[in-house]
Design a protein around this ligand. Structure first.
Ligand code: MRU
Length: 348
């Protein structure tokens, strides 16, 4: 039977000329593919976390922009670029924290600005090819993160992860899960501990699902249980993904990540951030400069419950991400190697 790992997280359908994603809000119960061609549909898919995870958002937006470009009717280059810039600005506004979104869309725009003499039809084809190239690069980057990450782990290790930085958050392998998948192929017999990750349960619904589908030993825990596991010596490393790493190493990732980092420090468990270099934002000096997306109260009070779990009128705090202080991070596992600060990447 086809497993969730046999599906493409993000794809391009050349017959329908559409962006294709798995609707991740339906997982793990239903695997539904969505074909998207409209700007609002693509924006909503990102905002509503039908496609989510920093690298997957970047590639989805890039393919989405190519799909929208193809539908622009202008023959005149200036009019085409104006329409394309509008689509780009709209897609960028869907989620503010993951830097991959603007990074991928800027790279798409550069294709046009770098080919001043090309016709509109040529630009449309180049945009599509760039989006597909971004997807191929994401797979390669994740595989390399996997290889580097594996050098930090031993067979039988207990590994804790938060949220979903898995295949469902990328085009293949994931970032935090890449060392796990590669180790699994090589008989490492890891034990995976997955935080459920309130309020949208990406750990429970997505990470536990994809790791279990791969045949990996996976245990789900509520977000307040990691200290209990670490006290017992069951966790040898924490691996997480990231949405934006500031130049000093402060790291934005799913809300609750910084709690895990603080607990890991307390119990002397190394805490690694798996970071494609596209997620490192050298223009933001520290975590103070990272914009954190605030989300609807219903995600905490209503979603996933048959009846509301909070009395109407109770104030709700619902930031999508938090910033882990760089002093809590043991290292960054990137596709270029393992570094203790982003600045070290310049020397690799
Ligand atoms: O809100 P989400 O589900 O998009 O949050 C995802 C995360 O926080 C991931 O850890 C991060 O994007 C890295 S994915 C490789």
């Amino acid at each position: 039977m086809k497993s969730i790992l046999d599906y493409e997280t993000v794809d391009y359908d050349s017959k329908k000329k559409a962006l294709v994603i798995i609707d991740q809000t339906k997982l793990p119960n239903d695997i539904e593919l969505l074909s998207l061609r409209g700007a609002e549909d693509i924006w909503n898919a990102i905002y509503e976390l039908k496609v989510r995870g920093a690298p997957a958002i970047g590639v989805a937006a890039a393919i989405g922009l190519a799909v929208l470009a193809e539908q622009i009717e202008a023959q005149d280059r200036a009019a085409f670029m104006e329409a394309l810039e509008n689509h780009k600005a709209y897609l960028v506004s869907s989620r503010p924290t993951a830097v991959n979104l603007s990074w991928a869309l800027n790279r798409m725009m550069q294709v046009c600005y770098g080919h001043a003499g090309s016709t509109v039809e040529e630009l449309k084809e180049m945009l599509l090819q760039e989006a597909l190239q971004l997807k191929r690069e994401d797979i390669e980057v994740c595989r390399k993160i996997g290889e580097y990450g594996l050098t930090l782990l031993k067979p039988g290790d207990g590994i804790l992860t938060h949220c979903n930085a898995g295949q469902l958050a990328t085009c293949k392998y994931g970032t935090a899960t890449a060392p796990v998948y590669l180790g699994h192929e090589r008989g490492y017999n890891f034990r995976l501990y997955v935080d459920e990750t309130r309020p949208l349960l990406q750990g429970a619904r997505l990470t536990a699902f994809e790791l279990y589908s791969a045949g990996i030993d996976v245990t789900l825990l509520c977000d307040n249980m990691s200290a209990s596991l670490m006290q017992k010596g069951l966790v040898q490393a924490v691996l997480v993904g990231c949405d934006r790493v500031a130049a000093n190493g402060d790291t934005a990732n799913k809300i609750g990540t910084s709690v895990v980092a603080a607990v890991a420090k307390q119990y002397h468990v190394p805490f690694y951030v798996c970071a494609p270099t596209s997620t490192i934002d050298f223009n933001t000096p520290s975590g103070d400069g990272i914009v954190i997306e605030q989300r609807d109260r219903e995600e905490v009070s209503h979603m996933w419950y048959r009846r509301p779990m909070t009395a109407d009128g109770v104030k709700i705090y619902n930031p999508a991400f938090d910033v882990t202080d760089h002093t809590l991070i043991s290292g960054f596992i990137t596709e270029k190697g393992i570094v203790s600060t982003p600045a070290e990447l310049e020397r690799i």
